[in-house]
Design a protein around this ligand. Structure first.
Ligand code: AMP
Ligand code: GLY
Length: 423
């Protein structure tokens, strides 16, 4: 029986561990460093996601058969390269391949070189040149810090004053540090956003049913952006023709472009898309599963995730091994009051067991910890209440009924996940 190591501490990693441990070939999943949700055959190990040597030693000492990178920062820290050099099997992109997410300028140049549909743009390392170009384009215009900025480095400027303020913040005051040494200035796209996920061994890819995140903190898409407050899948307004187009014109060319540069990408490639009628354009590429998209996909996946990830890592992915259950899955995120701003930690959580007694409900932990034997809040996004159903409405009703049974002081969740008015 195989032992697996998952790297990360979010709801995404709990969901991946939950699915991996269901494989008949797996008897134990370790999560480094994990959170308060690990129990039974899922166990935490106190090693940070970027402690390359610590992770490598743990994997070698415990004969780990497969390591799965949840958090792209582990790839960025060189964990995948180190594991590969040591001859270990690991699912996730190398440091060279993860650049498709970690540098927006690199990503846009790759899209241009591969004719991948995306907004018109230019990259700048000079603030005055960036200002002049931004002011020469139609408003609003989008200004993005090149590097990782925890989702905050994208500014949509609606006037010349806002363009100046954005360039000052990113490039002059360096609000996001070195991530702002370069910027991408790109045209504004309108439409509806969808999340696509593709598993790949570098050559072959298989794309998942499309999903949709809800990024803003409040109902009606109001308030600041978060890591994601709820996801539904599949979204029915992305057509099969569009999915085929996304595979042929987005995913495969991106993988081909990376291969040409000697940066073969294995893992999960997740393009964020803007869809306007027939037109599909790429907003960005992520080099990992979305969180909370992973929580929803794990509820719908009908296949042996251990064998699937192993095949990706070993270069022999069989698309037929990735199957989906019929119906819909949703997640509603329970967050700490105040998130994405300041919030309290250490608040006792109750009601999860009762919530999980409901039909088709699984609660994946995100920002939780065990303190003196009590489950407490430990982050902004605390729990993912997931449910499946024959219809979207049924899945949503189950998730919301379960969410009501869970309590901690100042719990906040959106009440309109999956209930946006049709566009
Ligand atoms: P990104 O991290 O590049 O996906 O950007 C974060 C969010 O900013 C996206 O999810 C979109 O909501 C928005 N955004 C980014 N680029 C554009 C664009 N060119 N046009 C309109 N909205 C955008
Ligand atoms: N849910 C959005 C993300 O993971 O980037």
């Amino acid at each position: 029986m195989a032992q697996v190591l998952v790297i990360g501490s979010g709801g995404r990693e709990q969901a991946l561990a939950w699915k991996l441990v269901q494989s008949p070939s797996v008897d134990k999943v370790y999560v480094a460093p994990g959170n308060g949700g690990s129990k039974g055959s899922i166990e935490n190990v106190a090693i940070a996601f970027d402690d390359t040597n610590g992770l490598l030693k743990f994997a070698q000492d415990n004969s780990i058969a497969l390591t799965v990178v949840g958090q792209e920062a582990a790839s960025e820290a060189g964990v995948v390269d180190a594991f590969k050099t040591a001859g270990l099997t690991i699912f996730g992109p190398t440091k060279a391949a993860v650049k498709i997410e970690s540098s927006k300028a690199f990503s846009k140049d790759l899209m241009a070189a591969q004719n991948i549909p995306t907004a018109e743009y230019k990259n700048f390392s000079d603030a005055e040149a960036a200002r002049a170009y931004a002011k020469s384009r139609p408003l609003p215009i989008v200004i993005k810090a090149d590097g990782l900025a925890t989702g905050k480095g994208v500014i949509i400027a609606a006037s010349e004053t806002e363009i100046d303020a954005a360039i000052d913040e990113i490039m002059v005051r360096k609000a996001f540090g070195a991530a702002g040494n370069r910027v991408v200035v790109e045209d504004f796209l309108k439409g509806r956003e969808a999340s696509l996920h593709a598993l790949t061994d570098g050559q072959t890819s298989v794309i998942f049913p499309p999903s949709q995140d809800h990024k803003q903190i409040f109902d009606g898409d109001q308030g600041p952006n978060t890591g994601g407050m709820g996801v539904i899948a599949p979204v029915t307004w992305v057509s099969d023709e569009q999915l085929a187009y996304i595979k042929d014109k987005v995913v495969q060319p991106a993988l081909g472009g990376l291969r040409k540069q000697g940066a073969t990408f294995t893992g999960c490639l997740y393009p964020g898309l803007m869809i306007d009628g027939d037109e599909v354009k790429v907003l960005e590429f992520n080099a990992r599963f979305g969180d909370p998209e992973a929580e929803v996909y794990m509820r719908l996946l009908d296949g042996d995730l251990y064998e699937i990830f192993k095949a990706c890592a070993e270069g022999n992915l069989d698309p037929a091994s990735v199957k989906w259950q019929p119906g819909f899955a949703v997640t509603v995120v329970l967050a700490s009051g105040g998130y994405p701003g300041d919030y309290k930690k250490g608040l006792p959580i109750s009601g999860i067991e009762t919530a999980e007694k409901s039909d088709d409900v699984v609660v994946f932990h995100a920002g939780t910890a065990i303190k003196d034997g009590q489950l407490v809040t430990a982050g902004g996004r605390v729990l993912n209440v997931t449910a499946t159903g024959a219809s979207l409405e049924e899945a949503l009703d189950k998730a919301y009924s379960a969410a009501k049974l869970i309590n901690f002081d100042r719990v906040h969740y959106r009440t309109d996940i999956g209930r946006r008015p049709a566009a």
